[in-house]
Design a protein around this ligand. Structure first.
Ligand code: PEP
Ligand code: MG
Length: 911
């Protein structure tokens, strides 16, 4: 089923599986990102631009899909194309793969069309064995370098390709244990303190470890290559990648590309380095380079967070810390800054760049549009427009609607007392309060119980993704601003503090301790509540009070562009004046669904509602309703006033009446007394109203048909409220909506009754107000007979929650038990209650609109199911000519942006 805006990269049938790049030319370019992945497309583009990238080639995402299609094996044409790719790289580098005299070493990296930081696998230094390692040592003149590369390769290969797992009990990597033991044995602190001989021993120990686990390390570089390529493809379906895709709604059919590239070395000595940087600050959006590097290291050292790196700019260096890149390697820095500027101008967006310096020469390994916090997203968009790189419309097209959500995330109340116990790096802004836990699995457990967790780790790794998704906030002792924790948290808009060096974590004891600034030590146990301020980097004991977040200064300006580009209106689903006000402050242009049942639960009226439901006859029911009427009128006065002059769609009562009845003994007794009945009698009547299938039972318009007084009272309350406000001079526009209509006759009857009451009320009040009558379309039958229903309707509002439920025959309350299994097994890509099922439910909607409009060309069309706040579903609404979408107040800005983007994509002019 089609549930996403974009289709997966469909096979080109060209049979071209391998795209070369390097030496100032390339087969691919940036627009081929679906085929080459983001990394491959970026490398191709950079190579054509003359940016120094190590030569290589990209195996396409089509091959990934073919690999899975063939039961995890390669299409036969691949090998020859890969061999040609090697010939290309060998020619440029002047070394040969597997040649003991002059070996070519390569990296094998994943690269999906969007960046999925650390979720998939990478293998570096591939091509080393005992013979080529010797050759490398001779040619480089450094035993240490050759065997450091070799031990890294065996370690990575063992982990990624051969699956040598972490030690469950101690939660440590067995290779790291051997490395630590070797450092102890040689009495050195840092990896860089180990000499060639020690590293050579370590290679032997690593291989022994692999053999002890029953695995074989391949010596033949070609075997190594195919093992690595397969591992990268396999990593597309590893649990962390799957969780990450679910989180962002990326379909599995995208697949990953594989990039095979000549190695360049940042670990060849003190004139070597490796680093990552953003061309603008990823948290604040400030227009200056921001990043980190390590001298004499390989790329994974920076992101792994095991060594705390140094900043790129001198101004970012803490007093007493080692020099920044700007100070340590000024020429490289100049060249890097120029490359950054070129890349940012070329891609017209903030770039996230990986680089390596080998013996003073700069190489760019990767560029991609950088992940940024929501605040930074707006700031960068405004700056890029002001700097003349983007038009306003282009800037709108590039924003991520979901990221607006985090701008509304809570902040700590101003002026609240802070017991700061430690400070780290403000890696991802926001405020978080929760219970301390140390293992990702415990976050998931707490979440299941509805509790908030703060995940505290030395550093995070991609395996931790599930816990990171569920955590309120993340706190790590190690790692910089570009560590895994920082990058992933920023992408998710989640509060995160990294590099909090004062933290001493005792995983076994399930506690951490911090030395406070006054010299005392404090211990925090699992389950204790702490607060994180991701904007300042402060860690506080206890739970600080939270307040609503505020939009940054750029918000209004960006939303002006958004609204100028948008065709559809955006309304909110709101049931109270407060919600209506909030929705308006977020830019709602009306209420698309006011669910009146929520008003019935008010403490001051539930008893009257129950009396009404259990009334023996119509007069008794009218008595009870007479008590409800004034309260209901006040509700509508409040809501219509808050939304004036925008329209407010008020849905008459929808749920089965049984939902309002008491279950607790005390409540039953209270009701019995008020009705002069015994509790047992009440109990029996409550039981008598129970239904086998309430969702398909006595609800919606069916209540209106059988108990006309309920809807009559509600209509009276609406029109009286409108008359009252009209007298005050306010322009109000109530739209009365009848739910769950499946038969035209139902709506004919209800329209007649509604009109009669409205006319009568207006006569009584001596006033006239404009109002319309329409229906929700929530049943497949309603879509099919929409032409007949439209005879009686001024508007259709698609209730896609129920329409999804009734179209699939899938209970919205029970689907959670089995839908995940459907998604896991790829029977469907996305939960259809979240992302509209375009083919089935969407098909019904299209029929409904077409037939409804055939009767009434001016029929107003809206959506008020949860899908009204989902960008992919909003796109569907745009394509099908909806007048408006309606969603929860907090999603209104997201829907405004998504609607604007959909208009721009459709190439439509806003009305
Ligand atoms: C719907 O069914 O889509 C809808 C908005 O109504 P409710 O969720 O209240 O059933
Ligand atoms: Mg419904």
């Amino acid at each position: 089923m089609t549930t996403t805006a974009e289709e997966p990269g469909v096979a080109t049938k060209s049979g071209k599986f391998v795209y070369l790049f390097g030496d100032g030319r390339s087969d691919g370019h940036h627009d081929l990102r679906n085929l080459l992945g983001g990394k491959g497309a970026g490398l191709a583009e950079m190579s054509s631009l003359g940016i120094p990238v190590p030569p290589g080639f990209t195996i396409t995402t089509e091959v990934c899909n073919a690999y899975y299609g063939l039961g995890r094996s390669y299409p036969p044409q691949l090998e020859a194309q890969v061999r040609d790719g090697f010939a290309h790289v060998e020619r440029i580098v002047g070394a040969r793969f597997g040649d003991p005299e002059n070996p070519l070493l390569i990296s094998v990296r994943s690269g999906a069309r969007v960046s999925m930081p650390g979720m998939m696998d990478t293998i570096l230094n591939l091509g080393l064995n005992d013979a080529t390692a010797e050759g490398l040592a001779r040619r480089s003149g450094s035993d240490r370098f050759a065997y450091d590369s070799y031990r890294r390769f065996v370690q990575m290969y063992g982990d990624v390709v051969l699956g040598i797992a972490r030690d469950e009990e101690t939660d440590t990597d067995p290779f790291e244990q051997l490395l630590a033991a070797k450092k102890r044995e040689r009495g050195v602190e840092d990896d860089t303190g180990l000499d060639g001989a020690a590293l050579r021993e370590l290679v032997g120990e690593f291989k022994q470890l692999i053999a002890d686990r029953g695995k074989e390390f391949p010596d033949d570089p070609w075997d190594q290559l195919w093992g690595a390529v397969g591992a990268v493809f396999d990593s597309w379906e590893n649990p962390r990648a799957v969780v990450y895709r679910d989180q962002y709604g990326y379909p599995s059919t995208w697949g990953t590309a594989v990039n095979v590239q000549a190695m360049v070395f940042g670990n060849l000595g003190e004139d070597c380095a490796t680093g990552v940087l953003f061309t603008r600050h990823p948290s604040t959006g400030d227009a200056s380079l921001f990043g980190e590097f390590l001298v004499n290291a390989q790329g994974e050292d920076v992101v792994a967070g095991t060594r705390t790196p140094q900043p790129i700019l001198a101004v970012d260096r803490a007093p007493g810390a080692p020099p920044s890149l700007e100070e340590a390697m000024p020429q490289v820095y100049e060249e890097l800054a120029l490359a950054c500027d070129r890349l940012e101008r070329h891609f017209r967006d903030m770039q996230d760049i990986e680089f390596t310096v080998q013996q003073g020469k700069l190489w760019i390994l990767q560029t991609r549009n950088g992940k940024r916090a929501g605040r930074a997203m707006l700031r960068i968009a405004v700056d890029l427009v002001d700097e003349g790189h983007l038009s306003e419309r282009e800037a709108v097209g590039r924003l991520d609607p979901e990221q607006l959500d985090e701008l509304l995330h809570p902040v700590f109340e101003e002026g609240s007392e802070r017991d700061v116990i430690a400070r780290g790096l403000a890696a991802s802004p926001g405020a978080a309060v929760g219970k301390v836990v140390f293992r990702p699995i415990d976050v998931v457990e707490l979440r299941k119980r509805g509790e908030d967790a703060i995940l505290v780790r030395d550093e995070t790794s991609p395996e931790d993704i599930e816990g990171m998704v569920d955590a309120r906030g993340i706190l790590t002792a190690r790692g910089g601003m570009t560590s895994h924790a920082a990058v992933v948290a920023r992408g998710m808009g989640k509060c995160c503090i990294t590099g909090c060096a004062a933290l001493q974590i005792d995983y076994a004891g399930r506690q951490f301790s911090v030395r406070r600034e006054d010299g005392s030590t404090i211990t925090v146990n699992e389950g204790d509540t702490i607060s994180l301020d991701g904007t300042t980097g402060e860690v506080m004991l206890g739970g600080l009070p939270l307040a609503d977040g505020e939009f940054p200064p750029e918000f209004d300006r960006v939303m002006e562009w958004v609204d100028a580009a948008r065709r559809m209106k955006v309304r909110a689903n709101a049931d109270t004046p407060e919600d209506a006000e909030r929705a308006r402050s977020f830019g709602a242009e009306g209420i698309g669904l006011c669910r009146t049942e929520h008003m019935f639960f008010g403490a001051d009226r539930i008893l009257a509602v129950r009396q009404m439901i259990l009334a023996e006859d119509a007069p008794a029911r009218r008595d009870a309703l007479a008590k409800i009427l004034p309260m209901q009128r006040e509700d509508f006065v409040g809501i219509l006033r808050a939304m004036a002059p925008y329209p407010v769609t008020i849905r008459l009562l929808d749920p089965p009446l049984h939902e309002f009845l008491p279950h607790e003994q005390e409540e039953i007794e209270e009701l019995a007394e008020s009705l002069r009945a015994t509790p047992a009698q009440i109990q029996r009547r409550v039981e008598g109203l129970r239904e086998q299938n309430p969702m398909l039972g006595h609800r919606g318009v069916r209540l209106g048909v059988t108990s006309p007084e309920i809807y009559e009272t509600q209509v009276r309350a609406i029109i009286e409220a409108a008359c009252q406000l009209g007298e005050e001079g306010l322009e109000v526009a109530p739209e009365i909506m009848i739910p769950l209509v499946g038969m035209p006759e139902e709506l004919r009857l209800l329209r007649e009754r509604t009109t009669a009451v409205a006319e009568q009320v207006m006569t009584e009040c001596g006033a006239r107000v404009g109002y319309t009558i329409g229906t929700m379309i929530e049943l497949p039958r309603a879509c099919i007979v929409a032409d007949q229903i439209a005879v009686h309707a001024d508007f259709f509002s698609f209730g896609t929650n129920d329409l999804t439920q009734t179209a699939f025959g899938l209970s919205r309350d029970d689907a959670g038990r089995f839908l995940p299994s459907y998604i896991e097994q790829h029977l469907i890509e996305r939960d259809p209650f979240v992302v509209l099922d375009r083919e089935g439910v969407g098909g019904l909607i299209q029929i409904g609109i077409e037939r409804g409009k055939a009767t009434r060309r001016d029929l107003k069309i809206g959506i008020c199911g949860e899908h009204g706040g989902n960008p992919a579903s909003i796109e569907f609404c745009e394509q099908n000519g909806f007048d408006y979408v309606s969603c929860s107040p907090y999603r209104v800005p997201i829907a405004r942006l998504a609607a604007a983007q959909a208009t721009l994509r459709e190439g439509l002019r806003p009305a």
